[in-house]
Design a protein around this ligand. Structure first.
Ligand code: 5GP
Length: 175
């Protein structure tokens, strides 16, 4: 059990289960990208632990870079847009694997992929630790999914509540 501010969280996915699943995903990536030298594009902050453990299990040549997604209101008609910050290197002709902590509505990952696609990468795949299918708004192709979960609020292993709770080895769920 973990209490943060006014909320109680209970154990949900154990550290062992997380690590076992990450090894399986890394095995698939090792096979699929053997000669491609993929560039892992990590969406901060939540995906940093997942990205680190995934990369430790990759045995192929690969590179990593980190981006942030900032929301800003463009105009009233377009509503909230999301902008990629921090991508300094060229992704043209690279095989990209976008690393997310969780896909909820899918809006973040679709916008990230759209903006990366505009820079002509050789390919884009998505690896997300968690996926909430019930919350998904647009259909997107998720190539590597750690765990499909119900539409509940989770935290831990990189994911936060109000900035706190990222520093657990397990994933917990709101009671
Ligand atoms: P989407 O654009 O897919 O709706 O939202 C993705 C982002 O929302 C994630 O990267 C994450 O920051 C946040 N998010 C969505 N669901 C959860 C959740 O259950 N727990 C936490 N901590 N963050 C979440």
């Amino acid at each position: 059990m973990l209490i943060i501010n006014d909320k109680t969280f209970r154990p949900f996915i154990s550290a062992d289960a997380i690590q076992t699943r990450i090894q399986e995903l890394a095995g698939q990536i090792n096979e699929a990208y053997a000669d491609q030298k993929p560039l892992l594009v990590v969406v901060l902050n939540g995906a940093f632990l997942f990205a680190a453990d995934l990369m430790k299990n990759l045995t192929i040549p690969c590179e990593i870079t980190f981006i942030r997604v900032a929301s800003y209101t463009a105009t009233e008609s377009t509503g909230q847009l999301k902008q990629i910050l921090g991508l300094s290197e060229s992704v043209a002709n690279r095989h990209l694997i976008v690393i997310e902590d969780i896909v909820d509505t899918g809006l973040t990952i679709s916008e990230v992929c759209e903006q990366l696609s505009a820079q002509n990468p050789a390919s884009i795949a998505i690896a997300t630790l968690l996926f909430k299918p019930a919350a998904l708004k647009n259909k997107i192709d998720l190539h590597y999914v750690g765990f499909e979960i119900e539409n509940q609020f989770v935290l831990g292993y990189g994911l936060d509540y109000d900035g706190l709770g990222r520093n657990t080895k397990d994933i917990l769920v709101l009671e």
